[in-house]
Design a protein around this ligand. Structure first.
Ligand code: F3S
Length: 755
């Protein structure tokens, strides 16, 4: 139902030729990552070798996946591309908007009431444009993708940073912003800087209490949260081959925590078993026939130091279970050192809650190993000291573990099963008492543990571990407990130890499910209506942005001269504003409210040049817009760094800002501004930033001659009557100038489709 074997065969059909050609061009054996990248070039067969970490390359991903929070604006924009269908297979997954509070049933019911209009919108727009739709309760995007869509050697993008999870099935899967998803869904190329490569050689074999999660916890400790930036991490070695496919996915999932572009593993028998176990024998057969192309050339893994930019080696036989945290996923502590570290750092030893599951760790294997411990707890008369929750990753897993009696076992230790959704993993956990902000410790098998991430309480110390370790710790209720050496006292006052966890890689009786929660799109979507109530607070259909009138922009007012760091969070804040992600006008009320005004060093306080009064940035900009006056935002270095959030470019465009003039841009934000039809300029002389004054008026005197490589001249008129003439550079190519002229990239695509 849900996967596309024809598409996969097409990818494999051209792979051998492309990889062989690339090997010749590069002039040496290829890593797996390179094989996947070179076989997904937008221009088809490679014609040149690329420099890692330097060249920007256009790619053609095979799939797109969107989660419910980011899909809203992406699909609202896609409507303007003038297409009847998405250009590549795409799915939407309702998982982020479901809050965990009571249990799966009650929480799902409440979420459907609260976010009904968003779910209905996503369902109808998916139906119309040929997008597979996974309903609320169907599961978490990454688990569902692994079970249904991921395939060895494929390339996909997803509007969530943990899209990288699909690397467990040998993909190059990358988390992107909504704007990138819109490009690919609309049939445009997707650009990425050719990544650097980090090799991780896994020797030995996991055993006992050690789990795949411990591999990535160890890697995070080595690389730190920034160590993987701009790189693909490629795992290999006997230890990798001996590990389950879902274990590999866990490792890839948390590659996001070291900043890696993505992580991946070469095709092996564990992937074959998983594909067959999830009812995809045809994909398994197709992959088996391509096996040499779905892993690195043998010379690479024999002499990895020659082919990777960085190499890490981990002996799994010596690896100890780890707990990472608090507040950062790279603070790695082996369990044998935890008590000492906790006492030294004054971390509360008493564990309030243990949480397992999430997109990171909710495979059948994970849950079965945890269940083996829960069963022991009952048999050994150990009553868990901490609360315990389970967040299954998909209905397929939930139904199967219920059938196999696991949920019953968890019930016996008083556990709560939350909905198949993100819940506590993304801060959607309405935890009782969290508002009191008491200092406390929790342990979980998720991926992130930043302050407030799970329950909104800045004083919750969250430690990340494998599901089996989290279960053992929840039974003990003690952060310093080492299940390999420590005894527990049971209800009869006896000393007992927990035996090593045991489990199954895949369900011995196979997976089953009654209703996986999938809605296939209509064959012909042309009659499907996408309904958005004009009264909605959360959704708003977009109107196309106005095309450029061909005239110089004159009389533009300064909206804000931002001082210092101005990230996409400063430009479009998250938190409570996420609620309005599908409503451009409402979310625009957060525009630049986090940016510091260089003239008064305050946030969200700028001078309205029409009245002389200070007001909130969005309010002042709305006043300029109402008066038909264009405006300019001035910024410092690396303006727009952070996420690829397209709202940070759409909001100023919507409210009538015409130009962003800065010392330098973060590249993705600069591209996003261009795509939305804005003028993104940089000072030719950085010192000109200092010439900008609070009451300045700007004339872009030669914009009519806008051309690639040609600087733009700006007259800056100060209120003392003097004028400075400054030169601004831009990086628009011919095609991007076309976006500016048309009003946005999507306007241009729509016009081309209509022509
Ligand atoms: Fe992300 Fe966790 Fe959901 S990392 S997709 S939030 S379960």
């Amino acid at each position: 139902m849900a996967f596309d074997i024809e598409m996969i065969k097409k990818v494999y059909g051209s792979m051998a030729e492309r990889v062989d050609k690339a090997r010749g061009l590069v002039g040496r054996p290829l890593t797996l990552s390179e094989k996947i990248l070179y076989s997904h070039l937008w221009d088809g067969t490679p014609t040149r070798a690329f420099t890692r970490g330097k060249d920007y390359v256009d790619f053609a991903p095979d799939r797109v996946a969107c989660q419910d929070a980011t899909a809203q604006m992406a699909l609202l924009q896609f409507m303007h591309a003038g297409k009847s269908k998405v250009a590549v297979p795409t799915t939407v997954h309702c998982d982020h908007l479901i809050q965990a509070k009571i249990d799966a049933k009650a929480d799902l019911k409440r979420a459907k009431e609260q976010s009904n209009e968003v779910f209905d919108f996503l369902s109808s727009i998916s139906n119309k444009y040929g997008i597979g739709f996974w309903k609320p309760g169907a599961g978490i995007i990454h688990q569902v993708v692994l079970e249904n869509y991921a395939f060895p050697g494929g390339m996909m993008i997803g509007t969530d940073s943990h899209t990288v999870n699909a690397g467990g099935l040998g993909m190059v899967a990358i988390g992107v912003g909504g704007a990138d998803a819109v490009d690919v869904m609309s049939g445009m190329a997707w650009e990425l800087k050719f990544p650097k490569l980090i090799g991780v050689k896994l020797t030995g074999k996991l055993s006992g209490w050690t789990a795949p999660k411990d591999v990535i916890l160890k890697v995070a400790g080595i690389l730190t949260v920034k160590g993987g930036t701009g790189a693909i991490i490629e795992y290999f070695g006997e230890g990798a081959r001996a590990m389950s496919c879902t274990g590999k996915a866990t490792i890839c999932n948390m590659g996001a925590e070291v900043g890696a572009t993505t992580s991946t593993f070469g095709y092996d028998e564990s992937m074959d078993r998983y594909l067959r176990g999830t009812n995809r024998a045809d994909v398994a057969d197709a992959a088996a026939a391509m096996a040499p192309y779905l892993t690195a050339d043998p010379e690479v893994y024999a002499n990895p130091e020659q082919y990777f930019d960085q190499l890490i080696e981990i002996n799994l036989s010596e690896l100890e279970p780890h707990l990472n945290g608090p507040f950062t996923p790279d603070l790695a502590t082996p369990i044998s050192k935890m008590r000492e570290e906790a006492i030294k750092n004054d971390w509360p030893l008493n564990i309030e809650v243990g949480l397992i599951g999430s997109c990171t760790n909710s495979s059948y294997e994970d849950i079965s190993r945890s269940e083996s411990l829960a069963k022991q707890a009952v048999a050994k008369k150990l009553k868990p000291k901490s609360k315990f929750t389970i967040t299954p990753g998909s209905e397929l897993v939930r139904y199967t573990i219920e059938r196999d009696g696991f949920i019953n076992t968890f019930d016996n230790i008083g556990a709560t099963v939350f909905a198949n959704a993100c819940g506590p993993c993304i801060g959607m956990w309405d935890r009782e008492g969290a508002e009191k902000e008491e200092r406390n410790t929790i342990v979980h098998s998720f991926n992130r543990n930043f302050s407030k991430r799970a329950d909104g309480n800045p004083n919750t110390l969250a430690f990340v571990g494998s599901p089996e370790l989290v279960t053992a710790l929840a039974i003990a209720g003690d952060l310093g407990f080492n299940p390999m050496t420590d005894k527990l006292i049971n209800e009869d006052g006896e000393e007992v130890m927990l035996d090593e966890p045991t489990g199954w890689e895949l369900p011995p009786k196979g997976f089953s499910v009654e209703d996986a929660g999938y809605q296939a799109p209509a064959e012909d979507g042309s009659k499907v209506q996408v309904v958005v109530s004009p009264a909605s607070e959360r959704l708003q259909l977009l109107a196309p942005f106005e095309p450029w009138n061909g005239q110089n922009i004159t009389g533009a007012r300064l909206l804000i001269k931002a001082f210092g760091k101005c990230t996409t969070d400063h430009i479009s804040m998250a938190g409570p504003w996420l609620r309005f992600r599908g409503h451009l006008d409402n979310i625009s009320n957060n525009m630049l409210i986090g940016a510091v005004n260089a003239f008064n060093m305050k946030t969200n306080s700028v001078k309205n040049q029409l009245t002389g009064a200070y007001d909130a940035v969005p309010a002042v900009q709305r006043a300029y817009k109402a008066a038909g006056i264009p405006s300019v935002v001035v910024g410092d270095h690396n303006y727009g760094e952070g996420s690829s959030r397209e709202h940070a470019a759409m909001e100023p465009r919507h409210l009538g800002v015409r130009v962003v003039l800065v010392k330098s841009f973060a590249r993705i934000h600069e591209t996003n501004l261009k795509k939305q039809g804005m003028l993104a300029l940089t000072f030719n002389d950085e010192a000109d930033y200092d010439k900008i004054q609070e009451n300045d008026i700007f004339n872009f005197v030669d914009l009519k001659e806008f051309a690639p490589g040609k600087p733009i001249t700006i007259e800056v008129i100060h209120d003392n009557g003097t004028t400075d003439t400054i030169i601004a550079n831009h990086s628009y190519n011919e095609g991007q100038i076309g976006w500016f002229v048309a009003g946005s990239a999507l306007n241009l695509i729509a016009a081309a489709g209509a022509a």
